[in-house]
Ligand binder design. Structure first.
Ligand code: NAD
Length: 251
């Protein structure tokens, strides 16, 4: 007898799905039986990820700038219409740059907060009311361990990710009683295109200080996102920040 896949019947909207951690979560969710609405700025990347999913996966692609309120509203509506509802939202889209505070211009600060924090508000703002109406749902926000411990040259990124962690707790307090469970994942350094722009010095120093002695891979983060979306595995988590982080932060 084959076991029922753990996310069978669940419909998930995943932002940042064209690359890295978002793409790995898309693959893990598809393998777990979920139907997927994949969203990203990178339409070609979305195609490639969708084409690589297991045959039979119900998947829609949505080219989207997560900082655009109207576009987020339309994408959520399109995903609900295509899949008949949404049970899971994964906020994975993000950017990263390394700039010392004394050199940072306001445009760099504002863009970071817009993409890495305001987008989480927008995607939740348009998705959570539907989940409440449907009687429940799961939100998985991809934060970062740098939002817990900070990082040199990363005041903007660390502030945005700390904001995601605080937002997660506050929203969990508001909506858990409606069956909407809201959690964050704060990965440590993961080998994806995102960290390609960090200096070799930063990466070498970071690798040396990790208790596991190595960066993680996206497929080592995705199972945590499966857990948080699953029943019964994820049923008791809300307002939490889980840390697949090579031991970089120990709480
Ligand atoms: N890689 C790491 O070390 C690491 C560690 C902790 C947290 N994170 C977080 O994980 C998430 C995924 O990062 P990743 O490492 O997979 O990076 P990645 O660069 O591989 O993927 C990020 C995706 O987000 C998309 N994106 C960026 N701006 C967007 C926008 N305005 N609208 C829509 N899509 C947009 C990109 O096109 C890309 O496909 C991010 O939130 C990141 O901050 C990454």
């Amino acid at each position: 007898m084959t076991a029922t896949p753990v996310l069978a019947g669940r419909r998930a909207l995943i932002t940042g799905a064209a690359s890295g951690i978002g793409a790995a979560i898309a693959r893990a969710y598809a393998e777990a039986g979920a139907a997927l609405a994949l969203a990203d700025l990178d339409a070609a990347g979305l195609e490639a990820v969708a084409d690589g999913l297991p045959g039979g996966t119900a998947v829609t692609r949505h080219a989207l700038d997560v900082t655009d309120d109207g576009a987020v509203r339309e994408t959520v509506a399109a995903a609900i219409s295509a899949h008949g509802g949404l049970d899971v939202l994964v906020n994975g889209a993000g950017i990263l740059s390394e700039v010392p505070l004394v050199e940072m211009d306001t445009a760099t600060w504002d863009r970071m907060l817009e993409v890495d924090l305001r987008s989480v508000f927008l995607c939740c703002r348009h998705t959570v009311p539907h989940m409440i109406e449907a009687g429940g749902g799961r939100v998985v926000n991809i934060a970062s361990q740098l939002g817990q411990k900070g990082g040199e040259g990363l005041t903007h990124y660390s502030a945005a990710k700390a904001g995601v962690i605080g937002f997660t707790k506050a929203l969990a307090l508001e909506v858990s009683r409606h069956g909407v469970l809201v959690n964050a994942i704060a990965p440590g350094p993961i080998e994806t295109p995102l960290i390609g722009g960090l200096s070799a010095e930063w990466k070498a120093a970071k690798g040396a200080e990790l208790p596991l002695g190595r960066f993680g891979r996206p497929e080592e983060v995705a199972p945590t996102a499966v857990l948080l979306a699953s029943d019964p595995g994820g049923n008791l988590y809300t307002g939490q920040t889980l840390g697949p982080n090579s031991g970089d932060v120990m709480l």
